[in-house]
Design a protein. Structure first.
Length: 494
């Protein structure tokens, strides 16, 4: 509780804490689904293409099953994403009332992307066994583009909040003469967007591969599990070093464009050269750092490739214009955790790549698959930490150097906000519980279909024909039991 209170200034309104907690909870919940929403369509289409190009029934089975998961995940993501959109207006009316005309176009772009993606997912699901193979695949190709378009809208809005531009202020301090293109393509947009998009591919790839890594550890080492692991893991492994370089690039952009945020991320108190790097550690209000590992001069070297690089400290601005010690420590820990997880994922990708290059096969070590099974969870944690770094490091500004969080918060009573927070937690537990239940039921259904197919060689799902009419139902069998493994949403999975 003491730490929680330290997050607020003495003159902050009572509504600040519950509004922040509610927004943080819904954002943290929604972002669990975002990697699958952004990158799973691409992973599915890669598997789909492999199945068509090689006439591979197993690959087509995996693609069909992943498309079912994609649809369920999208439905849940729409709910949690819509809640977030409403919260911008309900919790932060000062932000939307004053600045909505400047950066609100990003939310409009995201809304259109949601609409298009919903239509395309419906067509893609319906197309199995109903469309010609090439036509069906081509109709699915726009799916990754719509997912990227949704990310474009959200990242445009968030990067504008970090580096606002594209407007002038009138005598009353209200934005006028809005330049939409400048408001979208801010200095932080490019680095944030590509860092985010590649992070989604890395995370989704490791999450999907992790499911099949667990199956491998439990003795399921057939081609179905090998292929289900190899394709998403390879995509994630290739993207991991790219993401590492993009992460380094965006950190340098923060150093140049948001020096105070960079100081919070690295808990730098005084502006100086030859600044040490602290791995973890805690910043105190008097500027001292306790705990952690201190590496002399490394922060200056990382920031500007030279120990003589000057790094701006938190004390370069008044205390009211910078994150306090607790907020800086939170941003610093989130940043360090993200970097540590990214480094471990890079080592895992290198392990995979070296084995493949030397022996042209998958690794056989149980420790590799244990690590792969953990990689999905670790990458989700890294994504969460990235957003914590971005949002907490910007405090006390909701629009950097233009509007404070306290100026944007709702006037609704704090008690009402706490009640709302409690209700949202209950609803989200139910939503994610239902999501998990549906996934487990799909898994059980698909596993049963595979077990039945194993007992009847030559009649495995998709083995007769990936497209076109279903096989005739044997006499005496009910239509539901005879087609258990061939329905559009049936077939494969976990």
């Amino acid at each position: 509780m003491h730490t929680t209170l330290q997050l607020l200034a003495a003159d902050d309104p009572a509504q600040m804490l519950p509004a922040r907690e509610l927004m943080a909870f819904t954002l943290a919940s929604h972002i669990i689904l975002v990697p699958m929403g952004v990158a799973l369509p691409l992973i599915t289409l890669v598997m789909h293409h492999r199945g068509l190009r090689r006439n591979d029934a197993t690959a087509l089975l995996l693609a069909r099953r992943w498309s079912a998961v994609m649809a369920v995940q999208f439905a849940i993501g729409v709910v949690t994403g819509t809640v977030l959109s409403f919260e911008f207006g309900l919790l932060w009316p000062g932000l939307m009332g004053k600045w909505g005309d400047v950066f609100g176009i990003g939310f409009g772009v995201e809304a259109w992307a949601f609409f298009l993606e919903a239509v395309l997912i419906a067509i893609y699901l319906y197309g199995w066994r109903r469309l010609k193979p090439r036509t069906h695949f081509l109709l699915g190709l726009p799916l990754p583009a719509t997912a990227l378009l949704g990310a474009f809208g959200i990242l445009a809005a968030n990067s504008w909040m970090n580096t606002p531009q594209g407007f002038t202020l009138d005598s009353q301090g209200n934005p006028v003469d809005v330049n939409v293109w400048k408001a979208i393509f801010t200095p932080m947009f490019g680095p944030q967007y590509w860092h985010f998009v590649v992070a989604m591919l890395v995370t989704a790839g490791y999450v999907v591969a992790g499911v099949y890594a667990v199956g491998w550890l439990r003795g399921r080492r057939d081609r179905y599990h090998r292929l289900g692991f190899t394709v998403p893991f390879t995509l994630a492994a290739v993207a991991t070093p790219v993401q590492f370089m993009l992460g380094d690039s965006i950190a340098r952009q923060v150093f140049q464009k948001q020096p105070v945020k960079f100081a919070a991320m690295e808990i730098v108190w005084e502006t100086d050269t030859h600044v040490p790097e602290y791995l973890f550690g805690r910043l105190h209000p008097d500027g001292t750092v306790s705990g952690g590992i201190k590496v002399p001069q490394l922060d200056s070297i990382l920031a500007g490739f030279s120990p003589a690089t000057k790094v701006t400290g938190l004390t370069s601005v008044p205390a009211s214009d910078r994150p306090n010690a607790t907020q800086a420590t939170i941003a610093h820990w989130a940043f360090d955790i993200m970097v540590v997880i990214g480094s471990l994922l890079l080592l895992l990708a290198l392990w995979y790549g070296l084995v493949w290059l030397r022996r042209r096969r998958l690794p056989r070590s149980k420790w590799f698959y244990r690590s792969a099974a953990c990689a999905g969870v670790g990458s989700v944690i890294a994504v969460e930490c990235g957003w914590i770094t971005t949002e907490v490091g910007r405090q006390p500004w909701i629009v950097y150097q233009n509007m404070r969080v306290a100026e944007a918060v709702t006037s609704t009573r704090s008690t009402t906000l706490w009640i709302m927070f409690g209700l949202v937690v209950v609803v989200y537990v139910a939503i994610f519980g239902a999501f998990l239940t549906v996934l487990l039921k799909l898994r059980d259904r698909w596993r049963l279909a595979d077990e039945q197919a194993d007992g009847r060689p030559g009649e495995a799902p998709e083995a007769v024909t990936p497209y076109g009419p279903r096989p005739p139902v044997p006499a005496g069998d009910s239509p539901s039991s005879g087609d258990s493994g061939s329905t559009p949403s049936g077939g494969g999975g976990t």
